[in-house]
Design a protein around this ligand. Sequence first.
Ligand code: MOS
Length: 743
Amino acid sequence: MNRAAPEPKQNMGQPAPRLDARMKVTGEARYASDMPVAAPAYAFLLTSAIARGRITSLDTTDARAVPGVIDILTHENIGDLKEIKYSAAGGGASTSIQDLGPEIKHDGQIIAMTVADTFEAAREAAFRIKAAYDINQPSASFGDAGSSESKAKKKLPNAGDAEQVYTAAEVRLDATYGTPTQHHNPIELFTTTVLWDNGRVTVYEPSQFMWGTKNTLAERLGIKPDDVHAVSHFVGGAFGSKAQLTPRTGLVALAAKRTGRPVKLVATRDQGFTIATYRAETRHRIRIGAQQDGKITSFEHQGWEVTSRPDAYSVAGVEDSARLYGFGAVKTEVTLVHADRNTPGFMRSPPVVPYIYALESAMDELAVKLNIDPVELRRVNDSMKDATGKAWSSRSLMACYDAAAASFGWSKRKAEPGAMRDGDWLIGWGCATAVYPTHVGPATARVQLFSDGRARVQLAAHEIGTGVMTVVAQMAAERLGVPLEQVTVELGDSALPPVPVAGGSNQTASCCSVVMQACNAIRLKLDSGGAFASADQSAEAILRAKFQRLGASTIEEYAEFIPEAAQPNAITGLFSNPIDKLYKGQNTLVGGSRGEKLMYALGAEFVEVRVHAQTREIRVPRIVGAFAAGRIMNTRTARSQLMGGMIWGVSSALHEATEIDPRVARYVNDNLADYLVPVNADVQDIEVLLIPETDREVNPAGVKGIGELGNVGTAAAVANAVYHATGVRIRELPIRLEKLLTA
Ligand code: MOS
């Protein structure tokens, strides 16, 4: 008789504390710049003081005279570095602006790097370099003379004749919205440390993509990928800013090679605004045609996004906004505005944060126009199909609305703006939809189960704060039937099997799917040993007996997971093996609106604002968010992600903006004193409701991903609540009190 392995006890979905929690609070967790390195030299960056023009001379005489200076890298001596492709052009670089000059393409472009025995000497030397420029007038943003436009090269959703339907519609809404520049500002700065040893490179750098860092740095240096070892055990915040190779990494590697010493760079906070990416400012025009009963018959969304001169970065969130409801007809278009700026890039929930803010503000305006409750307007337009006829794999939007509305007490809302006053405070209640595309990608992992019940999982995943180490361990513990404490997870190292970039909220889905596959294979092997002892044995004894039958003390499985939609196949046009691409540092993420079905996580967010009747001070005392995102691997880390997301949403709504001096195209509040973010006193009651949802189509783990869901919709919910409190509609973020005072 062949008895199955003991049924695993439930681990998935439990609120297990983070496995790395103790390491993080005790300081045992080592971030990239904490890695011990013997006798390093220190680097310091010098960045351009102009946004557009040309370096005419770079005098390093005084800099070289600073005691302890070893080397100075400038555009005249970094010819050994190879040009690498920008990400949108198929490469792994964050920007195509990689030269240190002489052409200057944005303010804060790196123009030199000093290397010295001490940090202080390197900094002193950098300040003593004298740069002279030929200056041209830069264009900073939208509407500046000299900026140029191009169309986003993406196939965007269009269905029916939206313009005609709009013209004939009973009710019409035509509104424009705007969102500002934002910077990620991870607390961990942009650091890089490089060591050479016999032609091989070790790089310690915070990374959202270990195998991307490895392959792209190898390309930059013109060496074999196997000669690069990238290590990033923990990442102190990234939010998209550490997903691609920025120009600093190649410079540090080159300096380490030239000086024959390990070189360590920690860029300053203000340099982080220009040497990495950011969320570009956007503009939107939305036109909605509707029937008196609220049914939307046409939806048009035009977007404008700022990017750099050479790079066509765009988030094109119309891809998602045009599919959120059952619009009759849709028309979308995205225009890029090229200015003299560094290249923007991914920043938490890149497409949906600005585009859904615009859509969900417009939905509220339409509800007001129609005199329909905003929740009911969403219900009338809730649909399992979009205007192009594509169906949702699962959609629990109204279940989220109903749960959040009930907990919030929405039924007590008086529709009339300003009708809910409490003394000097005008109370406003608003709501909006949160949505994020479900992504998953090919991934690999190695899992070992030992006869004493311990297990080890190895994969090059990224602990960027989301808790991947913990959820992967939960998956392994459950599938292998061993206690969570007996599972160790090794990650953050390019010597481990590759997984996709920790971006697009795919990591939990991709990593848990591959680990599940490896663990299932281990269980099959374990159970193949045949009959064994009596039923009253402990789980440990049964496991030992099974290993004995197999004559082994370890079972090891290496698994390659390829999502259904990423399988090489003639119909989808994918011919190459996506696992080969992964090993080359390329991603093949699938999902969202790109496949046969629409795959998205959804949520509904309700906020209360209080606006002071005289000063117009704005407070957000209460937020309730309900979210449905397939299988929730860990309710504790999920709540934490969603709560953090909503707080960031409040930040977008009321605080955050990178201010640009239009005369010189320069960021002016490039520090954490002037770049406003909410503090504890700005955040009061936040409730997170997790709505059960099962979706077997998204991926084997059934996980939709939540890292980027929570901060979508919050800004619109706040804006809608501010309107409800005051009767004033602010269509450009952030909503600061001066906008309400002058409105
Ligand atoms: Mo996230 S912006 O996809 O790293």
